[in-house]
Design a protein around this ligand. Sequence first.
Ligand SMILES: *Cc1c(COP(=O)(O)O)cnc(C)c1O
Length: 223
Amino acid sequence: MTESISLNLNKIKSSLPKNVTLVAVSKTKPIADIQVAYDAGHRVFGENKVQELQEKAPNLPNDIEWHMIGHMQSNKVKYIAPYISLIHGVESLKLIKEINKQAMKNNRVISVLLQFYIAQETTKFGLHYEEAIEILESEDFKSLENIKISGVMGMASFVSNNEQLKQEFASLKTIFNRLKTTYFNHSSDFNIISMGMSGDYPIAVQEGSNMVRIGSSIFGARN
Ligand SMILES: *Cc1c(COP(=O)(O)O)cnc(C)c1O
């Protein structure tokens, strides 16, 4: 089991272009499994629940870069604000303001990704383009100094139709390009396109992803 974790990790890493960051999604998996991946040289891990992250982080090396990839409630930001590296699933001004507030308390600038709705499935979270514009144009947003929008994130439909996946990923890349030209042309910090999971990351990478979030293909299926 532990052997397969490092094998899986190395196999995936060697298949990714150099510019693509691999977030190893360790949700539901024990600390021992994360330690195996760490010992194999990996440093970037993703969790989707604040409580789970809070239980794991103190028991693992502190040079791990933790990413929050799940849907976040504003009232839980305070717990992870001291150490979180990147929050992927940001989709409201309320959450943005709370992240800014907690970042300020910790004397930090926290990087986040705006999550966009790209799937044809109705179950997924995310902003529509116009909603993102509304946030970025608001005076409330412009006054925030402890939050940095570092890019976009999206989840494709859970389907095996490659053509549909391609289209959905391409739509996120288009959104990224539009935002980059319109709002972040002078910011080298706005450079992340987080898309692609175990089942669809090769297509996501083809369509311009530079950050993939992979769990089960590294750590095995979750219960
Ligand atoms: C669980 C999860 C992943 C990883 O899923 P796998 O299919 O196990 O690779 C990626 N992104 C998000 C937002 C997740 O919740």
